[in-house]
Every structure is written in structure tokens, then in C-alpha cells.
Write a protein that binds this ligand. Sequence first.
Ligand code: DX5
Ligand code: ZN
Length: 219
Amino acid sequence: MAQQATRIAPSILSADFSILGEEVRKIDAAGADYIHIDVMDGHFVPNLTFGAPVVKSLRRHTNKVFDVHLMIAPVDPLIEDFVKAGADIITAHVEAGPHLHRTLQAIKAQGVKCGVSLNPHTPIDAIKHVMDLVDLILIMTVNPGFGGQSFIPLFDKIKAARQMIDATGRQIDLQVDGGVNPQTAKQCVEAGADLLVAGTAVFKDGPDKYAENIAALKG
Ligand code: DX5
Ligand code: ZN
């Protein structure tokens, strides 16, 4: 289906981890559409964050959509844990294993929305044969692992993903993640994105600015 109104998914990777529940409540009140939760395993990506128990304890702090971005390999053994913890969307990486189709089927079988993510180097054609399974496509515009990196301008890829989504006639979110700020957000939306992840650009300058920062990303 056609591009939807721009929505913002703040990434809690840039939040204060010592008061994560409070931070989630604050971005909820500041107008976050989804809560983007970056799970890293120190193996698929060179950084570690947290697992399902942390997601579970955050669940009581908000009713917003939990958009769980799994940067882990393998994916399949942990899907059920994240669903039980309260994930609404689970996104797996194309590069995380040899059996992407099976992984996406396993996510769908749990009754949650299913996302697929592509690292910057991965051609968009890699998801051509799984389009019927996905509810969200995540185009990484940094190499996953860290917040605060510079945006990689993959606008041709975002445009190609938009065309693939429109051709399905289904509602599929087109998400961009990495280096999104008010300038790059505008360019991503022009290329066809309708769901923007932002860590640094939301959490900079502290809680008093969260609402202003989210509004600035919506343009
Ligand atoms: C990177 C993560 C992103 C990250 C974005 O691996 O997937 O969600 O938090 O951070 P910024 O917006 O600072 O680039
Ligand atoms: Zn992410």
C-alpha cells in the first residue's frame, strides 16, 4: 500500500540505561509512535545490549508498540522469549542466518508482526521472495552495532523498497534506521520511508527536548 504518514520510533539505545522505564514513559509522552528496542549479541554485531528480561520489565511502562530489532544470530531460538516479553514486531536481519524464510515464518507463527532488516551492503533483491511474509522492511543506513554513526545515503535502496511494497498492495512499514536527524529524515521520507528510527536525534539535550526532537523529525 502507499506510503503512510511519517511515524517516529525512538531507539532506547541512546536512553539512560539506569532509568530505562522512566525514559520509555518520557518518550511515550513526548509522542513516540513505536518504541524501538535494539537487541545486540556481541556476535552478529560488535556490541552487547540486553535480552528479553529487560523487554519484559519495560512492558508495564507503556502501551506503545514494541518494535524489537534483533541484531543477533541465530535468531530462531529466541523468538518465543521476545514474544512472551511483549514484543509487537520482531525484526530479523537477512544476514543473520542461511534460512531467512524459515525465520520469518517462525516469527509469524508466534502471532506478532514480522520485520526484515538489511545491512547497508545487502541488495534489496535479497527480500524479493519473502515479501508475502513481511509487515515491515528495515533499511539500515549505518552498519548496525552502535548509535551516533553517520548516515549512509542509500536513497536508491529506499526507493526500490517503496516500489516493492506498493506492488504488493499490502500495508508494510518502510523503516530507516541509523543516522536519522531532521535533515536526513526529510530525504528518507521523500524516498518513500514512513517509519523513522532515531536514537541520538531524539535523546540529545535531555528529557525536556524529547517532544521537540520527535516533532522535528516528523518535519
Ligand atoms: C544501530 C541501531 C540503531 C541505533 C540508531 O545498530 O539499530 O537503532 O540506535 O542510533 P542513531 O539514531 O544514533 O544512529
Ligand atoms: Zn535499530
